[in-house]
Design a protein around this ligand. Structure first.
Ligand SMILES: N[C@@H](CCC(=O)N[C@@H](CS)C(=O)NCC(=O)O)C(=O)O
Length: 254
């Protein structure tokens, strides 16, 4: 399991403000992840690093006061996660996961993406579907009046994932079979927020009646050793989300 050093973006140690090449000994393996503890996208990349047993430094960014390093590393989107590997900078969670898989192929027991090019294209298709079609529904549940209808729509779109799971897991625990794969990581990153929304908004998304295999899968994913230490606690996330949503509401009313 990876040993990762956690720093926050407000500590000087985590802010080499001048250039990316000014790494210190704290970077150890030369892998630094700019993330944020509650970010579903950062969670994807942390799980991928753990699957590959990559030792890395985690920088917990304050997204209300982004570090110079984040702004300089991802000037286009100014978002986390950003992976800094020596002099190389990689942005966008799913691209980072693919980079991790290709860069450290032999560090872990298995590949995150399937070896077969066609199967790779299939998992990429469904990961894109998830980000394009499913995650906007989380925003609808959060902000919209019709939160129950949006939750149902999300569950219905996850029914497609239930079929994908049945096919790609072939009776095993994960989308990747016996081990965590690309779709496990892509969907799993959102589990903490789905759980938090179920509590805060009093809706059912992971509904056993509609997606029983995915409900089982979610428990196995959260319990996996590559995941459990980096999974945000639901109660902490709920408290964080309450403050965040209140701030967003106040800003929208201005
Ligand atoms: N498509 C991006 C989304 C990343 C994203 O939305 N990150 C959020 C945190 S969850 C962020 O950094 N937000 C800061 C902002 O929008 O200013 C990915 O997959 O990495």
């Amino acid at each position: 399991m990876s040993r990762n050093l956690i720093t926050t973006s407000n500590t000087p140690k985590s802010q080499p403000s001048s250039s990316i090449s000014s790494f210190t000994m704290a970077d150890r393996s030369g892998v630094k992840l700019l993330g944020m503890w509650a970010s579903p996208y950062a969670l994807r990349t942390r799980v991928a690093l753990n699957v590959k047993s990559v030792d890395y430094e985690f920088v917990d960014e304050n997204l209300g006061a982004k570090s110079d390093l984040l702004l300089k590393s991802n000037p286009v989107h100014k978002k986390v996660p950003v992976l800094i590997h020596g002099e190389k900078i990689v942005c966008e969670s799913l691209i980072i996961v693919q980079y991790i898989d290709e860069t450290w192929p032999s560090a872990g027991p298995d590949s995150i993406l399937p070896a077969d090019p066609y199967e790779r294209s299939v998992v990429r298709f469904w990961a894109a579907y998830l980000d394009d079609k499913c995650t906007p529904l989380l925003k609808e549940i959060q902000g919209g009046e019709a939160k129950k209808a949006a939750a149902e729509k999300l569950t219905d779109s996850l029914v497609l994932f239930e079929h994908v799971f049945e096919k790609s897991s072939a009776g095993k625990t994960f989308f990747g079979g016996d081990h965590i794969g690309y779709l496990d990581i892509a969907l799993g990153g959102f589990l903490p927020w789905i759980k938090a929304f179920e509590i805060m908004k009093n809706v059912k998304i992971f509904d056993e009646a509609k997606i029983p295999r995915l409900v089982e899968w979610a428990d196995a994913f959260c319990a996996d050793e590559a995941v459990r230490d980096v999974m945000p606690e639901t109660s902490k996330l709920v408290e964080f989300a309450k403050v965040l949503f209140a701030r967003m509401k106040a800003a929208a009313a201005q």
